[in-house]
Design a binder for this molecule. Structure first.
Ligand code: ADP
Ligand code: SF4
Length: 690
């Protein structure tokens, strides 16, 4: 199919200094949890975006000198010539289909604790290091020689980047993470020499580096400057009005303005709190201050909205990180007139948790993310089916839907049976909770895709018994029957059921999601620590309850520190009037109260309550699986060769774990059993001689 002409503007070329982007789709730098530890995995991931049609593709942040690094987080490194080959591999993959390859050079200054190199951090002013973990490290203020050194280090890094084959070099000064912002902001630059004070002075360092770099690279590479639209700490910081003054004063300094926003949590806010294009007011008018192209982000997944950004004069290029993760083939799908095939990002920020936990990233919508090399999973192509022909998938939650879709793409005949009257499983329910509507895209994408395939039959209102499964007579069966929340308080504080008086009205998240929402004095006990407790507190308040959230953790919705939304959740709940009691567990539930205990001292406190909501842990709904296991001897007569349990029914986890499980099942069906071998490829450090 040809693309709709209203999207033509997205496919216009854009000049970025001496180089030309083939279209306006610009994959801004984004982390992936792999970085220097998994360079081939990162290269293949970027390569999938090249194939998917992006005009510009960037690396994640690359630590450009050993005097500034952000261990334990795993990004890229360009400290010596030895680092060039792995970066060259990435640049090569980025350029394979005509995209421009960009490298983001980061000198972390006041953000780099240097735990690995043990160097004393350098910053414009002597202040404590600013990290997620309040590290007990301070930076010393750079003197003039340090500044001359740093300028030279940038030049060296740019030379190495050119050798590695990059077309664009991004000077990182956004999110509070780059030294350029540290110089530009009065908060982190308290110098009283010619590098501090007036905006003109605070801008001196970036001017000097751009000049140095330009005289080094001539017209061989483009220079982009990545800034935050507002530091978000009031007038003391590099606020939006000063950003505008700075751009106006340096109209043509970089070849492109890459405008991110605030701290990382402001820029990459989840859909729960930030809508698509949420930066538009901060960016409006900046393009008029410069003749150079402007790129901005906003979790853009809608091509119509992208076109509006261009036609209304807000942006020249559409910056995407998460949308390019959820669908590396987004540009190609627009180009081919396949808009409904775009796998839209849901804004859950699971991808970011891979970086925050120094593991490797996952994506809820795209289970192949970071598995392109490790497992050879292509985001759009499946290998042909194996020897068997038919697969029955029981349960149409995220695991079952993903399995059915991926199996159908392999060419199997698939039957998808769902007990409920609509598909989606937990996603259908959770997307109705406050702020989580965009999560429904997990269901919508897959349900639409299945509707387009001739080899899948979906049966709703079909609760299957073990006998039903046997009578179906399919070659393979995937049991994706999900999970349910526990009602007995078992999670982390209580590994066996907690004492609960039968006189108390006790609710689980499943009850609330079924519309059974209590009012009155509700104590919500959160020993799950991800989003559910906070979201349900919000639902309860909306419904008129007086809510006290009790958690043994020091943070409300603790694990959302990894999705960059914990502080927003706390603020949101506090402003809604939720009473938040941290570092407290629940010792027992009485008929009219909850006895809480201090996580440190055990000191108890009685909280009167009319209802209790237990957000603790989940039990796999695996009765069907276990019953079929018990009837293994009946499988051959029924024509069944394999039955597997996947997703929450195997072990409850976040939605991304379920889509991954569904995808993996489909990929591995009829494949040789790897036995004890590692089921993915991995890179290990090459040993140097002693
Ligand atoms: P997951 O996250 O693993 O996909 P979900 O809980 O979201 O799990 O979805 C599981 C789905 O399985 C639910 O929609 C549920 O109605 C369905 N289901 C559970 N048991 C059966 C069964 N015996 N037959 C058909 N569908 C079932
Ligand atoms: Fe979007 Fe979530 Fe995927 Fe990240 S993990 S790209 S936020 S869908």
């Amino acid at each position: 199919m040809a693309r709709d002409e209203r999207y033509d503007v997205l496919f216009e070329q854009v000049q970025i200094g001496p180089v030309t982007a083939k279209n306006r789709f610009y994959q801004v730098p984004h982390c992936n949890g792999g970085g220097y530890r998994d360079p081939s995995a990162v290269a293949a991931m970027r390569g999938s975006k090249a194939e998917g049609g992006w005009g510009v593709i960037f690396t994640e942040q690359c630590e450009m000198h050993h005097t500034s690094e952000i261990t334990p987080y795993i990004e890229l490194r360009l400290w010596e010539d030895k680092d060039i080959p792995q970066l060259a591999k990435m640049a090569g993959r980025m350029k394979e289909y005509g995209a421009l390859a960009g490298i983001q050079l980061a000198y972390s200054g006041i953000n780099g604790p240097n735990f690995y190199t043990k160097e004393v951090p350098l910053a414009p002013s002597a202040l404590p290091i600013r990290t997620f973990t309040n590290d007990p490290v301070q930076a010393r203020a750079m003197d003039k020689q340090d500044i001359r050194n740093l300028r030279r280090w940038f030049v060296n890094a740019v030379k190495r980047s050119r050798t590695a084959g990059f077309d664009l070099v991004c000077l990182y000064g956004a999110h509070g993470f780059g030294v350029f912002q540290h110089f530009l902001s009065r908060a982190t630059n308290q110098r009283n020499d010619e590098y501090g004070g007036s905006l003109e002075n605070r801008a001196r360092f970036v001017r000097e580096v751009v000049e140095d770099v330009r005289s080094t690279i001539g017209d061989t590479m483009g220079i982009t400057l990545r800034l935050s639209l507002d530091e978000m700490i009031g007038d003391l910081g590099f606020a939006n009005s000063e950003v505008r003054d700075f751009v106006e004063m340096h109209k043509d300094m970089p070849d492109l303005w890459d405008l991110a926003h605030g701290a990382w949590e402001d820029c990459s806010g989840p859909s729960r709190f930030k809508e698509e294009a949420h930066q538009k007011d901060l960016i409006r008018g900046i393009k008029e201050l410069t003749s150079k192209p402007v790129v901005g982000v906003g979790r853009f997944t809608s091509p119509d909205l992208m076109v509006r950004q261009i036609n209304s004069g807000l942006l020249d290029l559409i910056g995407c990180a998460r949308p390019s993760i959820a669908d590396p083939f987004l540009p190609k799908k627009v180009e081919e007139g396949r808009i409904e095939d775009i796998r839209e990002c849901i804004g859950c920020n699971i991808c970011i948790t891979g970086d925050m936990t120094m593991s490797i990233s996952r994506c809820t919508q795209n289970p192949t993310f970071m598995e392109e090399w490790r497992k050879g999973w292509h985001p759009e192509r499946m290998q042909a089916k194996g020897v068997s022909q038919t697969v029955l998938v029981v349960g149409a939650g995220p695991a079952g839907l993903e399995a059915a879709h991926a199996l159908a793409r392999r060419g199997y005949d698939v039957a998808l049976a769902e007990a409920g009257s609509e598909p989606g499983g937990r996603v259908a329910l959770e997307s109705k909770l406050p702020g989580l509507a965009a999560w429904g895209r997990v269901r919508d994408y897959r349900v639409y895709q299945l509707s387009q395939m001739g080899n899948v039959e979906t049966y709703l209102k079909s609760q299957l018994s073990p006998q039903d499964v046997l009578e179906f007579g399919f070659d393979n069966v995937a049991i994706a029957t999900g999970s349910r929340w526990r009602r007995d308080g078992v999670a982390r504080q209580h590994v066996v059921p907690m004492p609960i008086d039968s006189g108390m009205a006790v609710y689980t998240p499943d009850d609330l999601m079924a519309g059974n929402v209590p009012v009155g004095n509700v104590v919500l006990y959160d020993d799950d620590h991800y989003y559910m407790g906070g979201v349900l507190a919000e639902l309860l308040v909306q419904n008129g309850a007086n809510v006290t959230l009790v958690t043994p953790s020091a943070f409300v919705s603790d694990w959302t520190n990894n999705t960059l939304e914990q502080a927003t959740i706390h603020k949101h709940l506090a402003e809604m009037g939720v009473t938040i009691r941290l570092n407290r567990g629940v010792r027992q539930v009485g008929s009219d109260h909850v006895a809480t205990d201090c996580a440190y001292t055990g000191q108890t406190e009685i909280m009167p309550a009319t209802s209790v909501v237990l957000v603790t842990s989940r039990l796999a709904t695996d009765d069907l699986w276990r019953a079929l296991q018990a009837r293994k001897s009946d499988w051959p007569d029924a024509g069944i060769t394999s039955i597997k349990v996947i997703g929450d029914a195997q072990a409850p986890g976040p939605i991304a774990w379920a889509t991954y499980a569904g995808h993996r099942y489909a990929r591995e069906l009829d494949m040789p059993d790897p036995g004890d071998a590692l089921p993915f490829r991995r890179e290990i450090t090459r040993l140097e001689p002693d």
